[in-house]
Design a protein around this ligand. Structure first.
Ligand SMILES: [Zn+2]
Length: 298
């Protein structure tokens, strides 16, 4: 004889539901939604997030938290670690990446070996130190990934094209050698601005991605002549805490879609986003650890 399973009603589950209500500060989900796990999880998650944001006592903590909540910033955590796919992080890179993401201490207090400034335990100084050793490697790696992505999508590229700079004294990071959209080749210039730099943290503590947006606007102003020359200009900005600017996010989606059409790999966009995210994490680790005295690799 079979028994027909009857889900327990909210009334029968009284004590459990009261506990849930205490945590979520919400009424139980509507009858028709009670079978969905998400309907029970989401209000509790939102309540915890609100409490964390209220508990963040300064702009830096808020900025770190908002960045961690943004979907872009955790892309590197979803990458399958494989050296031949450029998705492998060394132990120290993972340690610094996780500590920055959670606002945890990452180094002992010390004076920056590059500029002499005091470095707090959060290591943030290294991310914006003008003499930071990680900035250049991060810039190079990001541009390599952008170029590689465009070329995989069928658009041969040239790094630092000199022809454009002759007229205006500025050299963008790269351009495609064939048209990409509307009969125009793409010219790009990439940058990474620090989410928690003193001059940025007011904006980033209000909205994740606002610093990347400022950076892209700045680049667009600097390279406005590129569009006048008949090219499509993409300012590509990402923040040290992982949020991409709107223009960068759009190019990632476009290139990812083209690669998917060519290769049939449905995760092409996610893979490209992951590799760029990993480039930022590697650069951050080099920048933070670069404020310490050189040591032999263990
Ligand atoms: Zn420094």
């Amino acid at each position: 004889m079979s028994e027909i399973y009857q889900p327990a009603t909210v009334e029968l589950l009284g004590p459990v539901v009261r506990q849930w209500t205490d945590r979520s500060k919400c009424e139980p989900p509507a009858e028709e939604n009670r079978k969905f796990q998400r309907a029970w999880d989401r209000p509790v998650i939102d309540s915890v997030l609100s409490a964390l944001l209220l508990a963040a006592t300064n702009e830096t903590d808020k900025a770190v938290l908002l960045a961690a909540l943004h979907r872009d910033s955790g892309a590197w955590l979803n990458a399958l670690p494989a050296p031949n796919l450029r998705t492998f992080l060394r132990d120290e890179e993972v340690r610094v990446g996780v500590a920055l993401r959670f606002g945890l201490p990452v180094v002992e207090e010390h004076d920056c070996v590059n500029c002499g400034s005091h470095v707090e335990t959060n290591g943030h100084h290294g991310l914006s130190c003008s003499s930071s050793k990680g900035r250049w490697s991060r810039h190079v790696e990001m541009n390599n990934e952008i170029k590689r992505g465009l070329e995989t999508a069928g658009y041969p590229c040239k790094s630092e094209p000199s022809g454009l700079s002759d007229l205006h004294g500025k050299r963008p990071d790269g351009m495609t050698l064939i048209p990409v959209r509307d009969g125009k080749a793409v010219v790009w210039d990439a940058t990474c601005w620090d989410t928690v730099a003193v001059s940025h943290v007011n904006a980033s503590s209000r909205k994740a991605g606002s610093v990347a947006q400022m950076a892209e606007n700045s680049k667009r102003g600097k390279y406005d002549f590129v569009e006048e020359l008949g090219y499509l200009f993409y300012p590509l900005a990402v923040e040290t805490f992982g949020t991409f600017g709107v223009s960068f996010a759009e190019l990632i989606r476009f290139v990812g879609r083209k690669i998917r059409e060519l290769t049939g790999e449905p995760r092409s966009t996610a893979f490209l986003r992951q590799r760029l995210s990993l480039a930022v994490v590697r650069g951050n680790a080099a920048a933070v650890l670069g404020t310490l005295r050189a040591r032999s690799n263990s």
